[in-house]
Design a protein around this ligand. Structure first.
Ligand SMILES: [Zn+2]
Ligand SMILES: [Zn+2]
Length: 350
């Protein structure tokens, strides 16, 4: 088997480079890629060569949502052995800054997050047949969950964290989720888990709304066709997962006085108008949710124990050497929710 490393060299330039087998230091493990989900930031790196201010300045292996199988285990590592199925935690906080010590590691001032050009040299990601990480980045899983499902741990953690930011306990609450892509759908699943009485999801496309119904949304509507006045003040909590100014407006109109909005999506960097007086007059709590902390471990547990079923969200899997096709499909929201690349010789199942 020849190993492949998928690297972005610049805008719309993916190069499939050969990869020599890796060897771990005593505290590291070598992971064989199982499934790797293509996320919005991976698409931005590929199609634009950048995500906002983070520009690809050297070849970057993308990918921060992955599962795998342990290939080699360093001599000091306890409790892990070759052949184990693992979820991979892409977050590497410093553990020493005020945010880390205060229990909010996702806000770490010196974060090293895999598959990101936010630092230089870049934090290389996981769209490679093999990659090396510290042993603490992996969580072994014994259940019969597929590698494809396990790769949802990262985006599901985003949804769980959004719900935590909304207060955690949503018992009896009416929740609006704007955006029915992967993150919006996983926010809807997380809200149901947290006890929400009713979860309503809106989007501007029919296909994702059909998918989110399959994972448990109670109601859906087309935000571009609906009159938000019909929904005004109806929701206790709104989770904004579309990253679109219009969707944020829907949240501001949709939540009741004193309601909570959690911003999960990335809004445009420039030129956005924000009607802040609505926040003031209606005493809305407008909060951010950035990645996740301990929720990654929760996500792995929920998935491994099949407390949630993410399979309707997985549109298609491609072998790693068809990464270009995979990225193209992933970018087409009329056809795809989550698209994954699979390690060479890993069977495609989900
Ligand atoms: Zn992601
Ligand atoms: Zn830190």
């Amino acid at each position: 088997m020849s190993l492949v490393n998928c690297r972005i060299h610049g805008r719309e330039q993916i190069v499939l480079e050969p990869l020599a087998p890796l060897a771990p230091t005593p505290d590291e493990v070598v992971i064989r890629l199982g499934a790797g989900g293509i996320c919005g930031s991976d698409l931005h790196y590929y199609f634009e060569g950048r995500v906002g201010n983070f520009v690809v300045r050297e070849p970057l292996t993308p990918g921060h949502e992955a599962s795998g199988v342990l290939e080699k285990v360093g001599s000091n590592v306890k409790g892990l052995e070759a052949g184990m199925k693992v979820a991979v935690n892409p977050s590497h906080p410093c553990g020493r800054c005020a945010a880390c010590r205060g229990g909010r590691e996702n806000l770490c001032e010196r974060m090293f997050f895999l598959g990101s050009a936010s630092v230089f040299p870049h934090a290389q990601g996981m769209f490679a047949d093999q990659f090396i990480l510290g042993a603490r980045q992996v969580i072994p899983v014994e259940s019969d969950i597929s590698l494809g499902e396990l790769a949802f741990a990262e985006p599901f953690a985003v949804g769980l964290h959004a719900v935590q930011r909304a207060g955690g306990n949503l018992t009896g609450k009416r929740v609006l989720v704007t955006g029915a892509g992967t993150i919006g759908s996983l926010c809807a699943i997380a809200a149901k888990l947290a006890g929400a009485a009713e979860v309503t999801v809106c989007d501007v496309l029919d296909r994702p709304l059909e998918v989110v119904m399959q994972v448990g949304a109670d109601h859906v509507f087309r935000s571009d066709l609906a009159d938000m006045k019909d929904h005004a003040g109806r929701f206790d909590v709104a989770l904004e997962a579309a990253g679109h100014p219009r969707a944020l407006l829907s949240c501001l109109e949709g939540v009741r006085r004193g309601g909570v909005i959690v911003q999960v999506g990335t809004l445009p960097h420039d030129g956005m108008q924000f009607p802040a007086n609505l926040v003031m007059q209606r005493e809305i709590d407008y909060r951010g949710a950035f990645r996740w902390g301990v929720e990654f471990d929760w996500a792995v547990q929920y998935l491994a124990e099949r407390k949630v079923d993410v399979r309707p969200l997985l549109t298609k899997q491609f072998p790693l050497d068809q990464a270009v096709e995979a990225f193209r499909l992933a970018a087409d929201k009329t056809r795809a929710t989550k698209v994954q690349v699979m390690g060479t010789d890993i069977p495609m199942t989900f």
